[in-house]
Design a protein around this ligand. Structure first.
Ligand code: MN
Ligand code: MN
Length: 294
């Protein structure tokens, strides 16, 4: 089961401008084949479906624990998309076509299907799909897949970074490049303990260091590329059997930190009256408050 904390894993900057086309590109990192929905659901289903858990518990703990971190990553990418879309249109009389900017934007669904917020889909408007989940039941194969998935996710994050210049998007990608780097090393080390093959020698994929992306620096300077968070009050303690030794790139010590990062506030999204979201008249607020709070 899950506990939920109403915080994002990092504090996102306050956007000065909307950028609906950047939001459309960032959708790939949420609901694309290599997006956060995919890493979340792959690790989630592999943890649900794990056979022989008590015999090889450190691998179960690793996959289950990383799944919990990925849940926070979909929150963070969704918050980014929401901030990029906020301010795309201005309130106005329906006859004045206040949603006209939606016609010129890459993803018209943001303007028709939602109140200018995140969709569970990719940058081309396709839905996230359950068949993106690979859960073969073979531990070596599933770990190899997860290593591949993290490297594919990294490739696509970098390409989106090269596409969008908005500071909210780049802050989010900088953080997720660091955290995805932890996961790629973790799955490589899991394969290494299982098989003796030095999988970390394949890294980085693609062949570019995180240091090329300025937004990774504040997080790497705090050592976040060497920390695996243990996302549970009491469980998944055997991740320390795998997350141990040194980081393959800088040689620093790998550490498990008990509990989640301090994180930052979940941005409060203002109403968008021209989309009727959330759709109540501010004049009704005192009456709603009277019913709720007596
Ligand atoms: Mn992730
Ligand atoms: Mn990951």
């Amino acid at each position: 089961m899950f506990l939920r904390i109403d915080r994002l894993q990092i504090e996102l900057p306050q956007p000065k401008d909307a950028s609906p086309d950047s939001a459309a590109a960032v959708q790939e990192l949420l609901g694309g084949r290599f997006g956060e929905m995919s890493t979340l659901m792959n690790y989630m289903y592999q943890s649900f479906n794990f056979r022989g858990r008590d015999q090889v518990k450190p691998y179960y703990d690793l996959i289950a624990n990383i799944a919990a971190e990925e849940l926070g990553h979909i929150e963070l990418v969704a918050a980014t998309i929401n901030l990029l879309l906020t301010g795309s249109t201005q309130p106005g009389d329906p006859a004045s076509a206040p949603l006209a900017p939606g016609v010129e934007s890459r993803n018209t669904h943001h303007f028709i299907a939602t109140g200018q917020t995140a969709l569970c889909g990719d940058s081309m408007g396709g839905s996230w799909r359950g068949d993106y989940v690979f859960s073969s039941g073979n531990l070596k194969l599933d770990l190899l897949h997860n290593f591949f998935l993290e490297c594919g996710a990294r490739t696509q994050k970098i390409r989106v970074y090269e596409m969008v210049q908005h500071p909210v998007a780049r802050t989010m990608v900088g953080y997720l490049l660091v955290r995805g780097g932890v996961h790629a090393v973790a799955y490589a080390k899991a394969l290494e303990t299982l098989t003796g093959v030095n999988v970390t020698k394949l890294l980085p994929i693609p062949e570019v260091t995180n240091r090329k992306f300025p937004e990774t620096r504040p997080y790497e300077e705090k050592g976040l590329h060497r920390i695996l968070y243990r996302f549970s009050p009491d469980d998944y303690r055997d991740i320390t059997r795998i997350w141990t030794g040194t980081h393959p790139e800088d040689g620093g010590p790998l550490e498990v930190q008990d509990g989640p990062p301090p994180g930052g506030p979940v941005p409060d999204l203002p109403p968008v009256p021209e989309t009727f979201a959330p759709g109540f008249d501010p004049a009704e607020l005192p009456e709603i408050a009277r019913k709720l709070f007596g």
